[in-house]
Design a protein. Structure first.
Length: 383
C-alpha cells in the first residue's frame, strides 16, 4: 500500500504564515529632520546702529589764477631723493607761501603804462592848479573876464578827475600783476596740482586744491526714522580699519534739512580733531548712532536668535530651546526650558538654562519634539 502524501497540507500552512507576516508592518526609524544651528554667544551686543561714513577735509580750497598767462614758476620742494621737485600731492604748505607764478611781463608793462599816465595826469593837474590861482588873482583885479576865470577853474577840476582815473588804472594794473601769483591762504595739504611750468593758464584755471586736515568731517546718511536721534552738538565717535581699536571722538556739526532726492537719506557731518593728520581724506569710517533708550543686554550675558525660542511643552507659559546633542551623524534635539531676559534687535538674552558655546537649533525648531533625530545643515553653525 502507498502512504498518503503530506505535501499539500504543508504548503497551505506555509502560505498562511506568509500572509500573516505581510499583514504586520515592519518597524522603521524616524527620519532625521534637517535643521540649522548656532552657538550660544555671550559677547556684549552693540549699543547702537552702525553706518559707513566717508572722511572728508574740514575745509577744501581751490586756488585758481584770476588772470591768464604762461606759468613761469611752481613752488619747489625736496623729493624723496633729496632733489628739488615741483609741489606734489601730500606736500604741506603754510599760510602766505607762494605756490606758483605766471609770467609777469605783460602785466608789468601795464603797470608801467598806468604809472606814466598817472605822472602825466599829476603834471597836468599841477599846471591847471597854477593857472587857476593866477586866474583868480587876475579876476579879483578885474583884469580877467568871467568866462576865462570859469574856464581856468574847469580845467583845474578836470585835471583832478584825470588824476583820480589814472590812480584807479594803476591800482587795477597792480592788482592784475599780483593776481599772477598764487599764495596759500592757510596752512594746508596739497590734494592735487593741475599745472606745469610753461603751460598756458587761462583766467579761472584751478592750479591747486588744498585741504585743511587738522580737522576732518565724517559724512554719512541716516533714514528719516533716525533724524531725531542725530542733533548738532551731540558726541559721536568713529573708527576705521586703518587704525584698529582706535576711536576718534567728534561732534555732530551739521544735519541736512532735506533728504537726498535719490537715496532718501539725510546727510550728517561729524567734525573730528585730527592732530598729526592721521585720518586722510577718502578713508572709510564707521559711525555708531546710539540706539533708542530701553533695556540693553548686559555684557557677558548668553544670547540666542529669536528664531530659536519655542513654547515649553513641560511648563505652561514658559519658553524653551532645542539643543543639538551628540555627534553630527547621531544628533538628537533635546528640549530645554530657559529663562529669557532683554531683547536687542533679533537676539534675546538667556538668563538661565544655557551657557556659551552650546548649539541651539534656530531653524525647524517649531516642528520638533524632545528626542527627535536631526541632521545639521553643513555650514549653518557659523550663522
Amino acid at each position: 500500500m502507498k502512504r498518503p502524501s503530506l505535501r499539500p497540507s504543508f504548503l497551505v500552512v506555509a502560505l498562511a504564515g506568509a500572509i500573516a507576516s505581510c499583514g504586520r508592518p515592519a518597524a522603521r526609524e524616524k527620519p532625521a529632520r534637517p535643521v540649522r544651528v548656532e552657538a550660544v554667544r555671550s559677547e556684549a551686543m552693540p549699543s547702537g546702529l552702525r553706518y559707513s561714513a566717508t572722511i572728508q577735509p574740514y575745509e577744501q580750497i581751490s586756488r585758481a589764477f584770476k588772470v591768464g598767462g604762461y606759468v613761469r614758476e611752481v613752488l619747489q620742494r625736496a623729493g624723496p631723493d633729496g632733489r628739488p621737485r615741483d609741489l606734489q600731492q601730500g606736500d604741506e604748505v603754510t599760510e602766505g607761501m607762494v605756490l606758483a607764478r605766471i609770467s609777469e611781463a605783460d602785466y608789468q608793462e601795464k603797470v608801467n603804462e598806468a604809472r606814466a599816465q598817472l605822472a602825466e595826469a599829476e603834471a597836468s593837474l599841477a599846471k591847471a592848479r597854477a593857472d587857476a590861482e593866477r586866474a583868480q588873482h587876475l579876476y579879483q583885479a578885474k583884469c580877467l573876464t568871467r568866462p576865462d576865470y570859469d574856464a581856468a577853474k574847469a580845467a583845474f577840476a578836470s585835471g583832478g578827475a584825470r588824476v583820480v582815473g589814472a590812480r584807479a588804472q594803476l591800482e587795477a594794473a597792480e592788482i592784475a600783476f599780483r593776481d599772477g601769483t598764487l599764495v596759500a591762504p592757510t596752512d594746508a595739504v596739497v590734494l592735487s596740482r593741475s599745472i606745469q611750468v610753461g603751460t598756458l593758464a587761462n583766467a579761472g584755471t584751478v592750479a591747486f586744491v588744498l585741504a585743511d586736515l587738522t580737522r576732518v568731517k565724517a559724512v554719512f546718511g541716516v533714514p528719516d526714522s533716525l533724524v531725531a536721534r542725530v542733533k548738532p552738538g551731540a558726541s559721536l565717535s568713529v573708527t576705521t580699519d586703518a587704525f584698529a581699536n582706535v576711536e576718534f571722538p567728534g561732534h555732530i556739526t551739521a544735519v541736512s534739512p532735506s533728504a537726498d532726492a535719490q537715496s532718501r537719506v539725510f546727510s550728517v557731518e561729524v567734525t573730528i580733531p585730527n592732530p598729526g593728520r592721521r585720518l586722510k581724506a577718502g578713508m572709510v569710517a564707521t559711525v555708531e548712532v546710539p540706539a533708542p533708550t530701553g533695556p540693553e543686554i548686559p555684557p557677558g550675558q548668553p544670547t540666542v536668535s529669536l528664531g530659536a525660542i519655542v513654547k515649553s511643552a513641560r511648563t505652561t507659559g514658559a519658553y524653551a530651546v532645542f539643543v543639538a546633542d551628540g555627534p553630527d551623524e547621531r544628533t538628537t534635539a533635546r528640549a530645554r526650558d530657559v529663562t529669557l531676559g532683554s531683547i536687542s534687535g533679533n537676539r534675546v538674552a538667556v538668563t538661565a538654562g544655557l551657557k556659551a558655546g552650546e548649539r541651539v537649533i534656530v531653524t525647524g525648531s517649531s516642528l520638533l519634539v524632545d528626542g527627535d533625530p536631526v541632521r545639521v545643515i553643513p555650514g549653518s553653525e557659523g550663522d
